[in-house]
Write a protein that binds this ligand. Sequence first.
Ligand code: PXP
Length: 239
Amino acid sequence: MAGLAVNIDHIATLREARKVNYPDPVAAAVLAELAGADGIVCHLREDRRHVQDRDVRLLRKVVQSKLILEMAATSEMMGIALDVRPELVTLVPESREEVTTEGGLDLIVHNKSIGETIGALQNNGIPVSIFIDPEPEQIKLAHQHGADMIEIHTGIFCEATSATKRKQAFAKIVDAAKLAKKLKLGVNAGHGLCYTTIKSFNGLSEIDEYSIGHSIISRAALVGMDRAVREMHDLIKAL
Ligand code: PXP
């Protein structure tokens, strides 16, 4: 059965909208775990627009399932990751202009340094996933660079504006998951997934874990964190 890693960035987004000390993403992580989350994800951005250093350090102490740190492959983030020692680092592209992560890390562009980053983390006992688009070339490069896992970017599928585009985008995800498994990579998937789009993954047993944030936190604002996480967890269990 696939797992659910809950991304709590948007609890921090709400807090940072007022620059106050609530709601606390650490409290959200505890509630998510109590509701069955298999992991907690946070993205420490270079501009600290939502998650703060304090959150990552407290999450490290509090999270009992596993802590997944999303980060850009910069020397600053490397230092933090080596200090905090999350159970998994997911390397993501980052640009200050974007509202949210807009696509996978392009391993054709970042070909040179990424292997060194992966090696440095792994040598310190931290497994590494790379967030990439569902393209065969990207998956082969992730494998060549020695990544432990990939996270397939599902955003294009989730945002598709027609049935045809959605079908094409999903076919790419299926092919990507199968290729990654053939190469013995772990396979996570995420970005843009909601309580409707998740149902399309029925029967796709290659996915190990779904990384979901915005839809869960949005629902949590209305029905509570416990129910929002449980409902998503139930949908994933039924896949
Ligand atoms: N995976 C990655 C790599 C992400 O950057 C994000 C967004 O922070 C997610 C998953 C979760 O996306 P969403 O918030 O749309 O569920």
